[in-house]
Design a protein around this ligand. Structure first.
Ligand code: HMG
Ligand code: MG
Length: 305
């Protein structure tokens, strides 16, 4: 007999995690239009962009412009990724209300992604989290490579547990467990969440499972049965991490919502509007030989001109 949550909070990460991996430069106007369409679909959380170094993620160098351009709804939270105090300063100057910090359970991935060790990342984030909270900003924390690392292979579950507890004690409201390269199986995902949930309340855990091997839905279902009720996904299955070879798309939000609704779980999301958003961005990105993705080639209903 399945014991599942009645409601799941879906965290849409497409505009950030999805677009950060696109090689073609996506126009700011396309990003804004995507977020506005997603906002209209009933999503409660949309990760809008990253205030990271533009040298590392050139695609999201327009974070300020995207943030300023979106039509923000009262009912939607628009967190952004922040890697250091410089990122927090930019986020505060833009009027951001929620941020997310991010580290990894693998040393090599951490070094490749944010150019420091795991311990150094915790030291770097301590003042970020403290100052954000003093400014009334809610902070989420991501842990990458929780079910495998593209450089190191297997990852120590205890490290994931310790990092999760660290971020909760530091004042983060939620821990997003990232299977960055979609390496885990349902059994491993369930075991991991069971272990973490012994140290951190399960309602504070989110699943962020990339779908490299088509395991994400199965893994999520296995963890929903443990009481997890927050899941990240990217519209149209966009995404990946440029610092994790083999990290292909995220789980598609449309597929996640379809499964949840089929299980009788409420999300508050209009799946038709979500599909329209996915169609819009897919068609904007799919122009042949593109070097730049602009609104010019996309009609009102997302058809490429
Ligand atoms: P670094 O090179 O060690 O930093 O990078 P630095 O302090 O030496 O700065 C280098 C340059 O960047 C300087 O510019 C800084 O001013 C600038 P210069 O003076 O040489 O012209 N800089 C910044 N500019 C704007 N905003 C900032 C900022 N910080 C420095 N915030 C750093 C260290 C952390 C900055 C860099 O490694 C970085 O930005 N990394 C981000 C990588 C990233 O965004 N990866 C993808 C997101 S993580 C992910 O996708 C996983 C996730 O989805 C979960 C999962 O799937 O597992 C979350
Ligand atoms: Mg990710």
């Amino acid at each position: 007999m399945l014991k599942l949550p009645e409601q799941v909070k879906v965290v849409e990460v497409g505009p950030r995690d999805g677009l950060q991996n696109e090689t073609a430069t996506v126009d700011t106007a396309v990003k804004i239009e995507l977020i506005n369409r997603l906002s209209a679909s009933g999503l409660a959380v949309i990760e809008a962009t990253s205030f990271v170094s533009p040298l590392w993620i050139p695609q999201l160098a327009d974070a300020e412009q995207v943030w300023a351009g979106i039509e923000q709804r009262q009912s939607v939270a628009y967190p952004v990724l922040v890697p250091n105090l410089r990122g927090l300063e930019r986020a505060l100057a833009s009027g951001v209300k929620q941020i997310a910090v991010f580290t990894a359970a693998s040393e090599t991935f951490c070094r490749n992604n944010i150019n420091c060790s795991i311990d150094e990342s915790l030291a770097r984030y301590a003042p970020v989290i403290r100052q954000a909270r003093e400014a009334g900003i809610a902070v989420r924390a991501y842990i990458s490579c929780v079910l495998g690392c593209p450089y190191e292979g297997d990852v120590d579950v205890k490290r994931v547990v310790d990092l999760s507890r660290h971020f909760i004690e530091a004042g983060c409201y939620e821990i997003s467990l990232g299977d960055t390269i979609g390496a885990g199986s349902a059994l491993q995902a369930r075991e991991l969440v069971s272990r973490v949930a012994k140290q951190v309340p399960v309602r504070r855990l989110a699943l962020h499972f990339h779908d490299t091997r088509g395991q994400a839905l199965a893994n999520i279902l296995a963890c929903l049965e443990l009481g997890v009720s927050v899941v990240d996904a990217a519209v149209a299955g966009l995404g990946g991490c440029p610092y994790a070879r083999g990290a292909t798309g995220n789980l598609a939000t449309e597929d996640l919502v379809y499964m949840l609704h089929g299980l009788g779980i409420r999300t508050g999301i209009d799946i038709h509007k979500l599909i329209d958003s996915g169609r819009f961005i897919s068609q904007a990105l799919s122009r042949e030989n593109r070097s730049k993705v602009s609104l010019a080639g996309v009609s009102e209903y997302g058809a490429v001109a």
